[in-house]
Design a protein. Structure first.
Length: 300
């Protein structure tokens, strides 16, 4: 029969992405090559693994059974490679990492050089997405997530936490005045998130000791966009310390309503699927981040 690992990986990619076209892009192949590889695998197995329609691809019962074994085969090969690397005490292979763009830019990127110096055989592949993603579909090994985790299928390791503060540029405060009471926020331009709306809950209590939820004057999907808007004097923003530490140290942004601010920390976790044994390369990155960030690494 002589089924090859490439054929198995091609089949898994088609299932995970939901289309031959996306699988071909993921595997850096032509669509025709990916289609031929899938057909060759079905011919060798003498069965139909997938039903193809104009709208989607569905697994047959035989395909579902083979998929489970196929994942085991790929995992076994990867584990064998890692065991050989571990024997040399050097994690090796490709590591696909996903994080929201602010965390990627302000935390991960500055640490890449040090990590690569310590683990030169790990090939980093960095992706940025503002929302949660399907790790299998995106072929992501580990995602770095800010905030509470909801998906019980994920295994998580805490790598730190970050305070949230209300900030504005000195130029904006000179022009509009600094709010002295929470109620005065209604007179100001407020910078907030398009989604999720929970990110517009600010760590403030008003005069009635009630939590504060703002309606943005200007909204954006990315915290990095909101940071830049605040630096340019467009209003007051509420952001996590991990992305504003340098701005606060340099004076580009200053905290407002300090006395009315309550302590709120966003948890930061590295997550991966429970049914995937944590690899040496995932462990190497997560441990490096934990050591580099520290428990209160963004508070300065």
């Amino acid at each position: 029969m002589n089924i090859t690992l490439d054929e198995i990986q091609n089949f898994i990619a088609v299932v995970d992405t939901g289309s031959i076209t996306r699988a071909a892009q993921q595997l850096d192949q032509t669509v025709s090559a990916a289609s031929r590889t899938l057909g060759r695998l079905e011919e060798k197995l003498q069965t139909t693994l997938l039903r193809r329609t104009t709208r989607r691809i569905e697994l047959t019962d035989e395909g579902a059974a083979f998929l489970e074994r196929a994942r085991d085969i790929v995992a076994a090969v990867e584990n064998a490679e890692e065991q050989m690397a571990t024997r040399r005490s050097r994690p090796a292979g490709r590591l696909r990492v996903d994080a929201a763009s602010p965390f990627m830019l302000h935390v991960v990127v500055p640490l890449v050089a040090g990590y690569r110096e310590r683990f030169p055989d790990v090939e980093l592949e960095l992706h940025s997405n503002e929302g949660f993603i399907d790790l299998l579909e995106r072929r992501t090994d580990v995602a770095l997530r800010i905030g509470r985790l909801k998906d019980s299928t994920l295994h998580a390791r805490p790598i730190g936490s970050s305070r949230v503060r209300c900030l504005a540029s000195p130029g904006y405060l000179d022009a509009r005045g600094a709010p002295r009471k929470v109620s005065e926020l209604s007179k100001h331009s407020l910078l907030g998130f398009t989604e999720p709306d929970a990110l517009n809950d600010w760590p403030l209590v008003d005069e009635k000791k009630q939590p504060v939820h703002i309606k943005p004057t200007i909204s954006a999907s990315s915290g990095e966009t909101l940071r830049q808007l605040a630096i340019e004097g467009n209003g007051i923003v509420c952001l996590s310390d991990f992305m504003t530490r340098n701005d606060r140290e340099s004076g580009r942004l200053v905290q407002v309503l300090t006395r009315q601010t309550i302590e709120f920390r966003q948890p930061i976790n590295a997550v991966y699927y429970r049914n995937t044994a944590i690899s040496a390369r995932i462990a190497s990155l997560v441990t490096y981040l934990v050591d580099a960030i520290g428990e209160n690494g963004f508070d300065h």
